[in-house]
Design a protein. Structure first.
Length: 240
């Protein structure tokens, strides 16, 4: 029996958008199928074993928590995250976590370093926060699907030339409110601004990420009507 091993990065600091709901969904989807589930965590100052998990998760955070996390992540986890990426582990980072996957997050005079897993930078520009329901069209290898969620960020993210986004914005702001891109998707490394939380609202995405992390194909569950209703409700909120 396969076991999904999930490691949360900085769960006590990077967790402001009901991020535990994402972990609860991963656990339920595995257990309902008779798959094992293990949950580990790695916080400030703690090392990270790239072999110890198949799925690394990081949630959203406020600017001041990101300051503490950014330096620490570069010092204690950067190499391990690159090793995890190289062995095709799933790395999912939402909002504040997403902003720290690239090269830097510029906050006024302060430049927070990123771990450089993907080619992007984030800048806190003058202007309103980008807040609201958002829906995107995305393809994670199982055909185009919709991801719906809620976004709330002051930072604007710009992908490097040719760096693939997670999707195209159908409604909402996405990475920066200008170029129509949302998130990033390189191999099994995924960053997104969408939360609310993300996986309970998009159960197909939860299942797809489990498949990618374990290298297996999942059978559908007998009754996903509540999960589908949650997805459609998030889509309606985003006008899609
Ligand atoms: N602090 C970051 C911003 O405002 C990210 C916030 C978040 O995780 N929602 O851009």
């Amino acid at each position: 029996m396969a076991t999904l091993r999930v490691c949360s990065l900085y769960p006590d600091l990077m967790n402001i958008y009901a991020d535990r709901g994402n972990i609860a969904v991963l656990r339920a989807r595995c257990e309902w199928r008779g798959l094992g589930f293990e949950h580990l965590a790695s916080g400030l100052g703690e090392p990270l074993d790239p072999e110890a998990a198949d799925f690394f998760y990081m949630g959203g955070g406020q600017d001041r928590d990101q300051v503490a996390v950014a330096e620490d992540m570069v010092e204690t986890k950067r190499e391990a995250l690159h090793a995890a990426q190289d062995r095709d582990a799933v790395i999912l980072a939402v909002c504040g976590g997403y902003q720290l996957l690239g090269s830097s997050y510029q906050l006024g005079d302060l430049a927070l370093p990123g771990v450089g897993l993907v080619d992007l930078r984030t800048v806190r520009e003058p202007g309103p926060r980008l807040i609201g329901n958002c829906a995107i069209s995305s393809d994670l290898g199982s055909g185009p699907r919709i991801i719906a969620g809620f976004e709330n960020h002051g930072g604007r993210t710009y992908l490097g030339e040719g760096e693939p986004p997670l999707g195209r914005v159908l409604n909402g702001f996405g990475n920066n409110g200008r170029d129509g891109f949302e998130g990033v998707h390189r191999g099994n490394t995924i960053g997104t601004y969408l939360h609310g939380p993300l996986l309970p609202k998009n159960i197909w995405l939860a299942d797809r990420l489990i498949e990618l992390a374990l290298g297996i194909e999942l059978e559908p569950l007998a009754d996903d009507s509540l999960e589908e209703a949650a997805h459609m409700s998030a889509r309606r909120a985003a006008g899609v």
